[in-house]
Design a protein around this ligand. Structure first.
Ligand code: NAD
Length: 256
């Protein structure tokens, strides 16, 4: 039986890069997103062409009812969940200085990027424990896609930085709590990756990357993140729970 991976926001950008690599590694997939089924058909077909069984779970990770629905649909369909990849996330609708940013934007970003991931992890973790107790051979893990913004301060998107710093602690909390069940929890921390999220700031980053922002002088691609997630999901880092894997082309190495 193929193992099953749920990737939130798995139909485009980094999430699709992750889903692609997991399909290639022989996982069956549940990909989540907020768009209607018709809008994600091409992405789903591409994943199926790689040999994976794919179910689309429409819903917002920011909604408690949608999170429960997603897990219960995966239970009905696959009756198993081995890997949760908390990838879905949003940037603030408008970048605003922290002296002016609004509570509405704070609530929206934190509810999606932190609360949504935290409580989806709670649901998945309880189900993984249940599976482990039934079958000691069960092998699961949880992977959180945070950002260099967990530690790099951008004062024009404070709520985003806070959400990713919080997700980093959530990784450690669940790593500790799930240790006794031998379910590792990891954090993957991308730098600047070429997706719709960064499309609006392309010129800015083209220039910065050209000037040496990253040690490796290119944009990161969704496949760069996908390959790291696939290695973690396959079980290549079994004794490294709670760890952060940087996927930032060396951007955060302090340099003089
Ligand atoms: P993206 O905007 O291209 O894709 C995000 C995906 O998440 C979309 O499919 C979107 O529909 C989905 N999504 C958004 N809100 C959702 C919700 N409430 N419920 C379910 N799905 C939802 O973004 P991306 O660049 O692929 O980013 C993916 C993750 O990587 C995010 O968590 C982001 O913060 C993080 N990240 C991105 C970069 C980057 O440079 N692109 C860098 C560091 C971290």
């Amino acid at each position: 039986m193929k193992r099953v991976a749920l990737i939130t926001g798995g139909t485009r950008g980094i999430g699709f890069g992750i889903a692609t690599q997991l399909a290639k590694e022989g996982f069956n997939l549940a990909v989540n997103g907020t768009r209607p089924e018709e809008a994600v058909q091409t992405a789903v077909e591409e994943l199926k062409a790689l040999g994976a069984e794919v179910m689309y779970c429409r819903g917002s990770i920011a909604s408690s009812a949608d999170r429960k629905n997603m897990i219960s649909n995966i239970r009905k369909h696959y009756d198993a969940l081995h890997i949760l990849v908390n990838n879905a996330g949003i940037a603030p609708r408008e970048r605003k200085d922290i002296l002016e940013a609004t509570e509405e934007s704070y609530d929206e970003v934190m509810t999606t990027n932190l609360k949504g991931c935290y409580f989806l992890t709670q649901l998945a973790a309880n189900w993984m424990i249940e599976q482990k107790q039934k079958d000691t051979g069960f092998s699961g893990c949880i992977i959180n896609v945070s950002s260099i913004s967990a530690t790099v301060a951008s004062v024009n998107r404070g709520e985003y930085c806070l959400s990713k710093a919080g997700l980093s602690m959530a990784t450690q909390l669940f790593a500790v709590r799930l240790g006794e069940f031998n379910i590792p929890v990891y954090e993957v921390r991308p730098g600047v990756i070429r997706t719709d999220m960064t499309a609006g700031v392309k010129e800015k980053y083209d220039k910065l990357i050209g000037e040496g922002l990253c040690v490796q002088q290119r944009w990161g691609e969704p496949a760069d993140v996908g390959k790291v997630v696939a290695a973690l999901a396959k079980g290549d880092f079994l004794y490294s729970t709670g760890q952060v894997v940087m996927v930032d082309g060396g951007m955060t190495i302090p340099r003089l």
